[in-house]
Design a protein around this ligand. Structure first.
Ligand code: PGA
Length: 252
C-alpha cells in the first residue's frame, strides 16, 4: 500500500503576517513544486489569509491550528469551520497536546470536530500521544487506543482514511528528546491496528505522522519507518531551509 508522505509544519503561536510571508518566500523556491510529498503549514489564524494567498498554485497546503465544532453561536474567541473554509484553507490540526493540556480540549470535543471538518470537505490532522508518566506506567497503548477510538467514533468507516493522525509523544515535543525509531514505529503501527479494527482497507490508507523533535538530520530515519507516513514538525518548521530538509528526508 503506497501512501504519499505528508510533512506539515506547525508554527504554533509564532509568526506575524510579515514573518509568515517571508517564510513562504523562502520555502517556495526550495519546495514549492515538490509533488511526491504532501506539504502543509499550520498557521496562526491571523496569518491564514496571507499564507493561503502567497502559496496559491504551489504544492503547499494551509491548515489552521484549532476550530470550534459548532456552526455558529455564543462562543467568544472561537472560530467556525465555515469561517476557515471561506479562507480556502485545506484543513485543521486538532487535538494537539498543547491544546489538550492548556486549553482543555477533550476527546468529546474532538469527537465532534473531526466529522464536522470532514463534512465540510476539510482535512483533519488529529494529534494523539502519551505523556512521559503514561509511558513510564506502561499505559501508552491504552492512551492511544482511547484517543483514537473516541476521537474517530463519529467518523463514517469509509471516511477514516481522509483523516491524518499525528502520533506525538508529549515527552518528545519541543524537548529535543526524539522517540527511537522502534518507539515511533510501534506506536504508529498500533494506531493503524486500532483503526483496522473498524475498517482494514481504510487503515491501510490512513496517513500517520510522527511528531516530536523531528529535525532535518533525523527525518529520513523516522520517515523511512514502515508505518510512519510523514511528520508534524514544530521548532524545525520555523525556518524554510530546515523544513525543506525534512521534506527531503521524506523523499529519501
Ligand atoms: P517539535 O513540536 O517539533 O518542536 O517537537 C512538534 C509539535 O508540537 O507538533
Amino acid at each position: 500500500m503506497s501512501r504519499t508522505p505528508f510533512v506539515a509544519g506547525n508554527w504554533k503561536m509564532h509568526k506575524t503576517i510579515a514573518d509568515a510571508e517571508a517564510f513562504v518566500s523562502g520555502l517556495l523556491p526550495l519546495a514549492g513544486d515538490v509533488d511526491d510529498v504532501q506539504i502543509g503549514l499550520a498557521v496562526p489564524f491571523t496569518a491564514l489569509q496571507a499564507v493561503v494567498d502567497s502559496t496559491r498554485g504551489s504544492a503547499v497546503r494551509v491548515y489552521a491550528q484549532n476550530v470550534h465544532w459548532a456552526e455558529h453561536g455564543a462562543y467568544t474567541g472561537e472560530v467556525s469551520i465555515a469561517m476557515l473554509d471561506e479562507l480556502d484553507v485545506h484543513g485543521v490540526v486538532v487535538g494537539h497536546s498543547e491544546r489538550r493540556q492548556y486549553f482543555n480540549e477533550t476527546d468529546a470535543d474532538l469527537r465532534k470536530k473531526v466529522p464536522a471538518l470532514l463534512a465540510a470537505g476539510l482535512e483533519p490532522i488529529l494529534c494523539v500521544g502519551e505523556s512521559d508518566a503514561q509511558r513510564e506506567a506502561g499505559e501508552t497503548e491504552q492512551v492511544l487506543r482511547t484517543q483514537v477510538v473516541e476521537d474517530l467514533a463519529d467518523v463514517a468507516d469509509e471516511d477514516l482514511a481522509k483523516v491524518t493522525v499525528a502520533y506525538e509523544p508529549i515527552w518528545a515535543i519541543g524537548t529535543g528528546k526524539v522517540a527511537t525509531p522502534q518507539q515511533a514505529q510501534d506506536a504508529c503501527a498500533f494506531i493503524r491496528s486500532v483503526i483496522a479494527e473498524r475498517f482494514a482497507e481504510q487503515a491501510a490508507q490512513v496517513r500517520i505522522q510522527y511528531g516530536g523533535s523531528v529535525k532535518p538530520d533525523n527525518a529520513a530515519e523516522l520517515l523511512g519507518l514502515p508505518d510512519v507516513d510523514g511528520a508534524l514538525v514544530g521548532g524545525a518548521a520555523l525556518e524554510p531551509a530546515s523544513l525543506a530538509g525534512i521534506i527531503d528526508g521524506a523523499r529519501a
